[in-house]
Design a protein around this ligand. Structure first.
Ligand SMILES: [Zn+2]
Length: 337
């Protein structure tokens, strides 16, 4: 390996995880978001979003009978990388299941079932497929946690390419590489977020599909691969919605505020826990209107849009984390029931 190659490699190792975090947590920058008052130019972003949407919408529901006495209904037998689907399990054995012991696995990701009725015979789980998962045929593994009856079985699932487009952004180098003095803060926040997402609230706090946190248009879609100054730096794992400073941002569904504070990359940030490993993120706000620990109803005012954290213009970055998978929040509006 040449000295130059080594240098490039070590740079990648040192910089990438932190920068990837910036991308995952928020929008380090977004050229697609015009400065306040500037006319919004028709952008490729909307087209990309529509394409990804089309791929998700062509859902083909499928019912499987993996074991006698069990039905599993998938909202679609295929899903794009970065997409979501629902699994409904119906159990007809005399012995009831304990939802706390029921999981469905996609590769290394584990998702939880929640009961649909009090009879504990039907359950649902939301599954999120990681962005950039290679297209192909996979299996979902269901673990019932049953003491008698079937304990584990598999369901086929096809992952198709989300066809995410690339966005080229030109930014000041200081926006790409955070100053060394901020590294301690960034790492601390990264750790805090990781620990927070591990805490699973076994309570379904949402009802029906989510709604938009702000009625607006998408200025930068989920999943776009981002090239910063010509170098591929990761993907935008959230949705940017056009919102001028001061625009009210509302809860898209019921939940509990698990974070409401200023973070290095995402600025003034609210994170809601909706239960069963489903979290949503609201970033770059100018003002926060909720406090950690508050239970919120749908349409509760969370804060006012702004441009805090690493941004080039005001907007709302809306993110979703489903069991540690950074998913497309738009899917919460069509897949959840
Ligand atoms: Zn964003």
């Amino acid at each position: 390996m040449t000295a130059n190659a080594k240098c490039r490699l070590s740079n990648r190792i040192l910089i990438s995880p932190v920068f990837a975090l910036a991308l995952a947590l928020g929008c380090a920058t977004s050229s697609a978001t015009p400065p306040s008052g500037a006319p919004l130019k028709p952008d490729a972003a909307t087209t990309v979003s529509a394409e990804a949407d089309a791929a998700s919408l062509k859902a083909t529901p499928a019912v499987f009978h993996p074991v006698k006495g069990i039905d599993v209904e998938l909202s679609s037998d295929h899903v794009i990388d970065g997409g979501m689907l629902m699994a409904k399990l119906t159990w007809s054995f005399p012995k009831k299941l304990d939802p706390n012991g029921m999981t469905i696995h996609f590769e290394e990701n584990e998702f939880f079932f929640y009961p649909l009725e009090s009879d504990l015979l039907s359950f649902e789980a939301l599954i999120a497929i990681p962005h950039n998962k290679k297209p192909g045929n996979y299996e979902l593994t269901v673990k019932t946690g049953a003491t008698t009856g079937p304990t584990e079985f598999k369901i086929p699932l096809t992952v198709v390419d989300g066809r995410y487009k690339s966005e080229t952004l030109h930014v000041a180098p200081k926006l790409v590489n955070p100053p060394p003095k901020e590294m301690k803060r960034i790492k601390k926040e990264q750790h805090e977020l990781g620990e927070m997402y591990k805490l699973i609230r076994r309570e379904k706090l949402w009802k029906g599909p989510f709604v938009m946190p702000v009625e607006s248009i998408v200025t930068s879609p989920y999943g776009g691969k981002r090239l910063y100054n010509g170098e591929l730096a990761g993907a935008h794992l959230g949705l940017d919605l056009r919102a001028q400073v001061g625009t009210p941002i509302y809860a898209p569904a019921g939940g509990v505020v698990v974070m409401a504070k200023n973070l290095y990359y995402t600025g003034n940030t609210v994170i809601l826990d909706h239960g069963y490993g489903i979290f949503t993120i609201y970033a770059h706000m100018s003002k926060l209107k909720v406090k950690k620990g508050m239970k919120v109803e749908p349409k509760k005012l969370l804060g006012l849009a702004g441009m805090t954290g690493r941004v080039t213009g005001p907007h709302l970055h809306w993110g979703a984390v489903i069991q540690h998978v950074r998913a497309n929040p738009q899917d919460l509006m069509r897949v959840l029931r």
